[in-house]
Design a protein around this ligand. Structure first.
Ligand code: HEC
Length: 141
């Protein structure tokens, strides 16, 4: 083999190696990219400050009323003691014209009506009391 042949072979080998190496480099880059996409947030997302957790959703008083009260007080009535219904006139006559008075009644219960202190939070109870007054004002449509 002449010197020329050797250098030709070397050139060929070099070319092969560089192609092989660049292919692997490409594949490695691709894999790194994919792993990066799956594994971590993009850099710009990490610099954004975390959004503070929003406050828990306000209780939906209508849903609460339906779940806890409507079995006895559907449409503002009272299945057990008809005279103790949730119509505005009756509420006012019986001293339940204020959110506070109704909230206390719901919290402590009275007679056959159960107490809700251990089932509803104070803010839920207040929301229901408010709802009762609002509905009474419009005659429980
Ligand atoms: C098991 C049936 C029952 C359930 C459930 C019930 N109540 Fe009552 N509720 C009654 C009874 C009975 C009375 C009358 C209590 C008494 O004065 O002896 C009453 C009275 C009331 C009154 C006073 C009415 C008046 O004119 O004097 C309000 C207001 C009231 N309930 C609201 C609620 C709300 C709000 C809920 C749900 C959180 C609820 N009740 C759940 C049975 C029930």
């Amino acid at each position: 083999m002449s010197l020329k042949d050797v250098s030709a072979w070397l050139g060929f080998a070099k070319a092969c190696f560089s192609q092989w190496a660049s292919r692997w480099a490409l594949a490695a880059a691709l894999i790194a990219c994919l792993v990066g996409l799956i594994d971590s947030q993009p850099a710009w997302a990490q610099t954004v400050p975390e959004v503070p957790q929003s406050a828990p959703a306000a209780p939906n008083p209508q849903a609460l009323f339906e779940a806890h009260c409507s079995s006895c007080h559907a449409h503002g009535g009272n299945l057990i003691r008809r005279g103790k219904n949730l119509q505005q006139k009756t509420l006012l006559r019986n001293g339940y014209g204020e959110v506070g008075a109704i909230a206390t009644l719901i919290t402590q219960g009275k007679g056959v009506m159960p107490a809700y202190a251990d089932r509803l939070s104070a803010s839920e109870i207040e929301a229901i009391a408010q709802y009762v007054l609002e509905q009474a004002k419009i005659s429980w449509p």
